[in-house]
Every structure is written in structure tokens, then in C-alpha cells.
Design a protein around this ligand. Structure first.
Ligand code: PLP
Length: 461
């Protein structure tokens, strides 16, 4: 295959993509789940000789789609969304065509400079003060790991990077039980250890209790531990919990600890000023992550991290071997020094295209619709006999359950085998519940309300 063939097949791919998206409503949302079925259709050994693109294409269209869960399906209400706006897909095509590796400014100034401007735009869009700058990571997990590594090194006065942790005091990190498992992963792989991630109790609003946080930090210090920082939850994965930012950040600051806010899902909603009350006080944080690849339409992967002062993170993650040295001036930013991987994709392009093609107002309208429709469909589901709303909508996420766990499990299985909608489960207060979030980029009110109809139909069986 050469570049002339690429031109031909790119057009075929564009047509296929258009038909795929247009026909999504007619497909079951979730993939057919027969383990090994896809792999069994692929040969055990790689081809020795070139194969025709026709043959490859035919196999793709035959084998792959049945094994895909359609994340862009307008009735995908599972997990959180992984939205891909059409403008974002176009930008990704161009980024793929250019295939630049933007590890340092001089390896493609456009990659770095568009990223710098997009981070400025997004900080303004979600109402952060001017002092925040930031960078793009692949995922919120990587951003949180970067923040935790920075907290660790700051607490150790940057000795951990050189000497390792074996002679260091036992470190402590604090978060609420509502935070995502990416915080547990960061504690594990940053050498802090799961046992030293203190899950601070929450109150009836599902916020970490600031008094309990202060107490835990003081008790740990008295016992000889070294507290390193606090991770705050803005829109937890399970039921959308929010920590009270101002109070918890106040406690962390009084204790001299840095803070990182995980707003992976809910951060996108902060382009709507009326939702910012949910994270009031966030401007006091040192680091904030959210995923435009969840709810904003800049497709996976795209996680943005805002930093009040990038200095500590660059000091933690930055390395400048001679082969990466540049005849740079002071103002040049080499973003690999802000992140874990060296190599960097041109992720800012899809933000640029998405923000321009829909405008903040267009994106706000989508998110406001999702929140309103979630409330509406939740009210309808509440009327179905035998079903109880367990947690009311937090933005566009709510949970419900049947009278007992076995029925809840059975209902969820029926819903997902049916295929018209897709929902997933979580545990809340020890109870199995079904989650529903509204947030797919192209969903309509009818798509959302169909969920109540499907659930009512299947709950009675
Ligand atoms: N934080 C929260 C609140 C999440 O919901 C998720 C994923 O759903 C993550 C972090 C991890 O995101 P990523 O897949 O970008 O690592």
C-alpha cells in the first residue's frame, strides 16, 4: 500500500464511517459477548507476503464491528461517555496524517504551541484564574500519577528521585472513598503503597469530612508519618460525589499540603457557569484534571491537567539528556518534561477543532440538555413499580435498584441483552445499583426517554 492507495482507502473509510454513525441507532449498543469469537477468526501467524487491501477491508468490516461496543451510540448510558465529536474525528484524521511526535518544542512547534493556547482557552472556559497553565495527557490516570509523584517529591525535598524510597519516612496520601481507582493506582505505583492511601470518611452529602481530614493528617504526623498531599473528588465515578473543595483545600493548605482535584468526568460541565457551585473553591487547588475525552467531545485520548505552578511537576518528571537538548530560549516549553511519557501525540488539534466547530455555547447547550434529560428520565424511572432511585442526579448521573440485589442483577442483564440501551452497575453504601449517565454527544431527548420505556418493559418481566 502506498500513498496513492491511502488516498483511495481514506475516502472509502470516510464513507464507511459516515454510514457507521448514521446506522448506530439500529445496532445493539453493547458488543456481542462471546469470549474468543473475534480472535478465532484471525490466523495464528502473521502473513509472510503482502495481502490486498480489499481482503483486509473485507475482513475488517466482517470481523470487527460485531465485537465493538458502540461508545458513540446515542443510547450509550453506561460508565461515562467517551465522546467523539465529528470535528474531533476530522482533527484526529489530520493528526494521523501528519503523524508528528511532539516530545519537544522543536520536534513540531505547532504541536506545543496549539497545546499551550488550548490549555489557556480551556482554563478560561471552566472559569479558572489566569495563573493556571497546563498540559495534555493521555488519561486522567496519568495526570493523577504525575500529581502524586510531584507531591511525593515535594514532601521528600526531591530526594526520592535520586535515592529511592527505602530510607524515606512512611508517606501518607489522603482522598475520600468516592475517588476513582486511578488514585489507588497512583499510590501503588508511586511507591506510597495502598496502605498509606488514607480514605477519609464522607458525610451525608458524600463529601470528604474536612474535620476528619484534618484529624487524620494531625494523627499521622504525631505517629511519625510524612503526609504528602490530598486528592479531591469532583464528580466521583460511582455516583458523582463532590468533595467540598473550599473546606478541604483549606484544611490541606493549613497543613501545608498540596492538592489535586480529579474532575475527570464533571470538569467538562464547568464550561456552564451554573454548575461551578459544585466545585466552589477549586481555584485554591494546585492541580486539576479533567477529560475532554469524556463529556466535551474531544475524543479519546485527551486528559487536561491544570497547574497553578508547573515548576514542581517539571522538576519531578523532567529529564534533559544530551540527545534532547535544544538550542532553546527561556520561553520554550518542552511538554515531555511535564508528563510521564517522552513521546507526545498531537492531541491539542482535536480540542482546537471541537471548540471552534461548536463554540462554547454549542457545547454548553449539549451538556445542559444532558443534565435536564437525566432529571426527566430519572423522574420517569422512579414511577416504575419495583424500582427505587438510590442516588438522585449528580449533574447527569443517577442510580437505581430493585428491591433486592438478585432482581437488580437480573434486570441489568435483561437490559443489556436487549441492546436498545446500555447501562452498567456499581455498589453504593454496600448495595448493588444500576448507574445511568446521560452524555453522549449525539443523543436526543427521545433517545434518553427511551431508557425509561425499555426499563419499564423489562422490569415487569
Ligand atoms: N477519575 C474519574 C472520576 C473517572 O471517572 C475516571 C474514568 O472513568 C478516571 C479518573 C480515569 O480516567 P482515564 O481513563 O482517563 O484514566
Amino acid at each position: 500500500m502506498d500513498h496513492d492507495d491511502l488516498r483511495h482507502w481514506s475516502k472509502r473509510a470516510a464513507d464507511w464511517a459516515h454510514d457507521y454513525h448514521e446506522g448506530l441507532r439500529d445496532r445493539p449498543v453493547r458488543a456481542e459477548l462471546t469470549h474468543g469469537k473475534i480472535a478465532s477468526q484471525l490466523p495464528d501467524t502473521p502473513p509472510e507476503n503482502p495481502e490486498s487491501m480489499e481482503a483486509i477491508w473485507d475482513d475488517f468490516t466482517r470481523i470487527v464491528p460485531p465485537g465493538i461496543t458502540h461508545w458513540q451510540h446515542p443510547r450509550f448510558f453506561a460508565y461515562f461517555p467517551a465522546n467523539a465529536s465529528p470535528a474531533s474525528m476530522l482533527a484526529e484524521q489530520l493528526a494521523n496524517a501528519i503523524a508528528a511526535q511532539g516530545m519537544i518544542w522543536q520536534t513540531s512547534p505547532a504541536v506545543t504551541e496549539v497545546e499551550q493556547v488550548m490549555m489557556k482557552w480551556l482554563a478560561q472556559a471552566i472559569g479558572l484564574p489566569n495563573e493556571f497553565t497546563g498540559t495534555i495527557h493521555d488519561s486522567a490516570t496519568t495526570a493523577t500519577l504525575s500529581a502524586v509523584l510531584t507531591m511525593r517529591e515535594k514532601a521528600l525535598d526531591w530526594t526520592g528521585l535520586q535515592q529511592g524510597l527505602s530510607g524515606a519516612p512512611r508517606l501518607r496520601l489522603y482522598a475520600s472513598a468516592q475517588t476513582h481507582s486511578s488514585v489507588d493506582k497512583a499510590a501503588r505505583i508511586a511507591g506510597i503503597g495502598q496502605e498509606n492511601l488514607v480514605k477519609v470518611p464522607t458525610d451525608s452529602t458524600l463529601s470528604m469530612r474536612p474535620g476528619a481530614l484534618a484529624g487524620a493528617i494531625a494523627a499521622d504526623r504525631a505517629a511519625g508519618y510524612l503526609p504528602i498531599g490530598v486528592i479531591l473528588c469532583a464528580g466521583g465515578t460511582s455516583v458523582g460525589a463532590f468533595d467540598r473543595m473550599a473546606d478541604c483545600i483549606g484544611v490541606a493548605r493549613a497543613a501545608g499540603l498540596p492538592t489535586h482535584v480529579d474532575a475527570a468526568w464533571a470538569g467538562s460541565a464547568m464550561i456552564c457557569p451554573e454548575f461551578r457551585r459544585l466545585w466552589a473553591g477549586v481555584e485554591g487547588a494546585d492541580s486539576i484534571v479533567f477529560n475532554p475525552h469524556k463529556w466535551l467531545g474531544a475524543q479519546f485520548d485527551c486528559a487536561v491537567q491544570f497547574l497553578r505552578d508547573p515548576g514542581p511537576q517539571v522538576r519531578t518528571l523532567g529529564l534533559r539528556p544530551s540527545y534532547l537538548e535544544t538550542a532553546g530560549r527561556e520561553e520554550i516549553v518542552n511538554f515531555n518534561e511535564w508528563t510521564v511519557p517522552l513521546g507526545r501525540r498531537f492531541r491539542a488539534l482535536k480540542l482546537w477543532f471541537t471548540l471552534r466547530a461548536y463554540g462554547l455555547e454549542g457545547l454548553r447547550t449539549r451538556i445542559r440538555n444532558h443534565v435536564n434529560w437525566a432529571e426527566e428520565v430519572c423522574a420517569q424511572i422512579a414511577l416504575i413499580p419495583g424500582i427505587h432511585i438510590v442516588t438522585p442526579p449528580a449533574l447527569s448521573l443517577f442510580t437505581f435498584a430493585c428491591d433486592d440485589a438478585a432482581r437488580t442483577e437480573h434486570l441489568l442483564a435483561r437490559i443489556n441483552d436487549d441492546g436498545r440501551i446500555y447501562l452498567t452497575q456499581t455498589r453504593h453504601a454496600g448495595r448493588l445499583v444500576i448507574r445511568m449517565q446521560v452524555g453522549q454527544f449525539d443523543c436526543t431527548r427521545d433517545d434518553v426517554m427511551m431508557a425509561a420505556q425499555v426499563i419499564a418493559e423489562l422490569a415487569g418481566k
